[in-house]
Design a protein around this ligand. Structure first.
Ligand SMILES: [Zn+2]
Length: 228
C-alpha cells in the first residue's frame, strides 16, 4: 500500500534527479542510479590527482589529498554543487559525502584520522544559506566511515569577499587571520573536508591555525576539483 501511495505521489509531484533532471524511479533518492555511477571520478593515481597534491607540497603536515569528482563548467558536478550551495539542497551534500566515504573505504584509501573538521562559513553567510555545505559533506562522509566529525572546531572570525577572480597572493591575503580554533587539538590527525578545491588558500589558512592548536597531520578531502 505504501509503495502504491508513493507511486501516486511521484505521478503528481515527479521527483527528479538533481544531476540530470530525469524522473527518479523506485527507491532512487536525490541522484539517479545512472548518474551515481557515471559522475566523473578523479582516479587516485592520475596526473590530475598529482596536481591536487602539488598544491599542498609546501605544507609538510599534509599526509594525503583526495578529491572525489571532476568539476567541469556546465557539467553535472557543477550543477550538483550549485544546488547544494544556492538552492537549499542540503541532502546532496550528505549523499555526495557518503558516496565519497564509501568509495574510499572500498578502494582501501581511507586515511586513519581522529576527527573530520569542516571549513566554516561566516555567520552572515550561514544565516542566508541555512547550513554549511561542508558540514553536510562531513555528515555523509562520517556516516559511511564512522570517523567522527565536528563543525565547531574551526570558526570564521571575519567576513571575506569571494575568492573568485583573485590571484593566488590576493586569495592568501584575503583569508589570512580569518580562522580560529576552539578546543585542544594536541596530537590529533584530522581530515579537513570541503566542497571544491581551487587554489587551496582557504585550506592552508585552516591548517595554519589547526597546527598552532596542536594538530600533527592532515588529510585534505574535497568533493570536487577543477582541472587547473
Ligand atoms: Zn541522473
Amino acid at each position: 500500500m505504501a509503495s502504491l501511495w508513493f507511486d501516486f505521489v511521484d505521478l503528481i509531484f515527479p521527483r527528479c534527479c538533481e544531476a540530470c533532471d530525469k524522473g527518479l524511479i523506485g527507491n532512487e533518492e536525490t541522484i539517479c542510479t545512472s548518474c551515481r555511477i557515471g559522475l566523473p571520478r578523479i582516479e587516485q593515481d592520475s596526473v590530475f590527482s598529482a596536481s591536487v597534491k602539488q598544491k599542498f607540497v609546501d605544507v609538510h603536515e599534509v599526509a594525503g589529498t583526495n578529491s572525489f569528482l571532476l568539476f567541469t563548467k556546465k557539467g553535472k558536478v557543477q550543477k550538483l554543487l550549485h544546488a547544494l550551495k544556492y538552492r537549499g539542497k542540503s541532502e546532496i551534500g550528505v549523499l555526495l559525502g557518503f558516496m565519497f566515504g564509501q568509495e574510499m573505504l572500498s578502494n582501501g584509501n581511507l586515511p586513519e584520522a581522529d576527527l573530520i573538521v569542516t571549513v566554516p562559513l561566516h555567520k552572515k553567510k550561514l544565516k542566508i544559506r541555512g547550513y554549511n555545505q561542508s558540514d553536510k559533506l562531513a555528515e555523509g562522509f562520517s556516516n559511511a566511515t564512522n570517523i567522527p566529525w565536528s563543525g565547531k572546531v574551526l570558526e570564521r572570525t571575519k567576513f571575506t569577499e569571494t575568492q573568485t577572480g583573485k590571484t593566488r597572493n590576493e586569495r592568501w591575503e584575503n583569508v589570512k587571520g580569518v580562522f580560529q580554533v576552539n578546543g585542544n587539538m594536541e596530537g590529533l590527525t584530522v581530515i579537513i573536508i570541503d566542497d571544491i578545491l581551487t587554489t587551496g588558500a582557504t585550506l592552508e589558512a585552516c591548517m595554519e591555525v589547526l597546527k598552532n592548536a596542536g594538530c600533527i597531520q592532515f588529510h585534505i578531502l574535497t568533493i570536487a576539483s577543477t582541472q587547473h
